[in-house]
Design a protein around this ligand. Structure first.
Ligand code: C5J
Length: 231
């Protein structure tokens, strides 16, 4: 068996071992529900415009992964139209004027197939990319992602998307517990609360990378540019 090429990416708390072809780019919940006015994030009283800042970073990483033909996984927080996969506690939580399943300016909030549930145009998935509809915050809960990753031989995950301390952190923790090597791209994730973003990153890299690694996208791009990698 040949040893896979490993590219060290400068990261915290120490270099991240990137393996071309076995490392997937994960884009968490970059759907209109969270990024645009009239969606779920807005209904909860958040300043949704804060999240737009990371779109160019994720677009750049998507372009790189597509050029190299490396795997890309998108997730959406999404419920079945009959809400049978949504606990009543989740619907009630937040006491928002508009609740999950109710109709806003982009259709029913957090419901599969609705306009607001689509990934934003700038980051739209292309043919061949995996799109996972997840009923929870974590991408493993109630989804087929584990077998999809196994079948593709993916062992390493780069995390981007929103929000850092909710769906991104939950997904990264779930992945870490399942043995995946996880790197969080710091300028590829955002929160409605800047302090929560920073705290989440620090929690994950503390104690020798107890949940994983963190690095800016430029560190990843520079490491990959210097390495002799084939598509
Ligand atoms: C939230 C998410 N914040 N994608 N979902 O409810 O982080």
């Amino acid at each position: 068996m040949t040893t896979p090429t490993t590219i060290p990416v400068p990261a915290r708390p120490y270099p991240y071992p990137f393996i071309p072809g076995r490392t997937a780019l994960v884009v968490i919940d970059m759907q209109r529900d969270f990024i645009e006015k009239g969606g779920f994030g807005d209904a909860l009283g958040n300043d949704v415009q804060r999240l737009e800042a990371i779109v160019p970073t994720i677009a750049k990483l998507l372009e790189l992964f597509r050029r190299k033909r490396w795997p890309v996984i998108h997730t959406r927080e999404a419920h079945l139209p009959d809400l049978s996969d949504c606990p009543p506690s989740k619907i009630a939580r937040g006491n928002a004027p508009l609740k999950i399943g109710e109709t806003g300016s982009m259709g029913r909030l957090l419901v599969r197939g609705e306009p607001g549930n689509q990934i934003i145009e700038a980051l739209k998935p292309v043919a061949g990319e995996v799109v996972i509809d997840k009923p929870g915050k974590g991408m493993f809960f109630g989804t087929d992602i584990q077998s999809i990753l196994d079948n593709k031989g993916i062992t390493h995950l780069l995390f981007t998307g929103v929000t850092t301390e909710v769906c991104v952190q939950t997904s990264m923790r779930e992945a870490n517990d399942r043995g995946y090597e996880c790197l969080l791209i710091e300028d590829g994730t955002e929160s409605y609360f800047p302090a929560f973003k920073q705290a989440a990153i620090e929690m994950m890299v503390a104690q020798g990378g107890i949940v994983g690694w963190a690095a800016p996208s430029v560190a990843l791009e520079a490491a990959l540019a210097e390495a002799p990698i084939h598509a």
